[in-house]
Design a protein around this ligand. Structure first.
Ligand code: SF4
Length: 259
């Protein structure tokens, strides 16, 4: 779990617990297929059953740097100063156009100072800032809002987090992101019910009617399975009766075996 004291120290030092920075194809949501630069930081405020980045829960000592301007993958000591990360981003965007720089994790809003520091470099190169978040910290969304262009928020069900519903947090979060491009992603496992999908569609239609709602079948791992195809179709049909913009999309990067 996250260590608030460590995060305070990192902010004071102007550094980040970087896990990796790499260039690849965006694999999720309506921007799937675009070339993005991914900046993955460690730590998370949740501990999801199907977490696909379990290493984010440890404090890293090395970060993987795989950038188009480098001939080979490099490993560097972390924490990394935010100026260094911004310089890597600028050099990567100069070398190869990327439609967006995706701040991901872990939960990237645990490093809001990094997002704010890097946004000028991203936008200065004609790219956009995309925040991939679990959507539980609306007060932090407010802090970074001027530095963000696109928000891709997971709607976390209790079956994913093992916690009481996070509806109030998600709704407040989407409220703070109003006016930005908003994407809401609901990861579906076999445990998810039609009522779960209807509930999320109702909440999104009420608080973020412009948002794309992505029904994303989980990429099977550790015995966690996605719903069968017929059920996905049924879920989408029901959700479309509530919210106008609902897509079913798998994780494209997993299909293509990309990072
Ligand atoms: S919010 Fe994301 S990174 Fe955090 S535990 Fe859940 S799946 Fe893992």
């Amino acid at each position: 779990m996250m260590d608030p004291r460590r995060l305070q120290e990192l902010e004071a030092r102007g550094s980040a617990d970087l896990m990796e920075i790499f260039s690849s194809v965006q694999g999720e949501g309506p921007r799937a297929g675009e070339r993005h630069l991914f900046v993955r930081t460690a730590h998370c405020d949740l501990d999801c059953v199907w977490c696909d980045t379990p290493l984010c829960h440890r404090t890293p000592t090395r970060a993987r740097v795989s950038l188009p301007q480098f001939a080979a993958v490099e490993e560097v000591a972390t924490p990394v100063p935010v100026e260094t990360i911004s310089a890597w981003i600028g050099a990567a965007l100069r070398f190869l156009p990327h439609r967006a720089v995706s701040f991901t994790g872990g939960e990237p809003l645990l490093h809001p100072w990094l997002i704010r520091a890097a946004a000028g470099t991203v936008r200065g190169h004609g790219s956009r800032v995309l925040l991939e978040t679990d959507g539980t910290m609306p007060e932090r969304m407010k802090l970074v809002r001027p530095a963000v262009d696109i928000v891709s928020m997971d709607w976390k069900l209790s079956s994913a987090t093992g916690r009481p519903p996070l509806d109030a947090e998600h709704e407040a979060f989407l409220g703070e992101a109003a006016g930005l491009e908003r994407i809401v992603k609901l990861v579906l496992t076999r445990e998810c019910t039609l009522e779960d999908v209807r509930h999320v569609a109702r909440r999104v239609a009420a608080v973020a009617p412009d948002a794309e709602l992505i029904l994303q079948p989980v990429t099977p791992l550790r015995g966690i399975e996605a719903p069968p195809a017929a059920e996905l179709l049924h879920f989408q049909s029901e959700a479309l009766g509530i919210h106008a913009k609902v897509r079913v999309l798998p994780q494209l990067h997993r299909v293509l075996a990309l990072p």
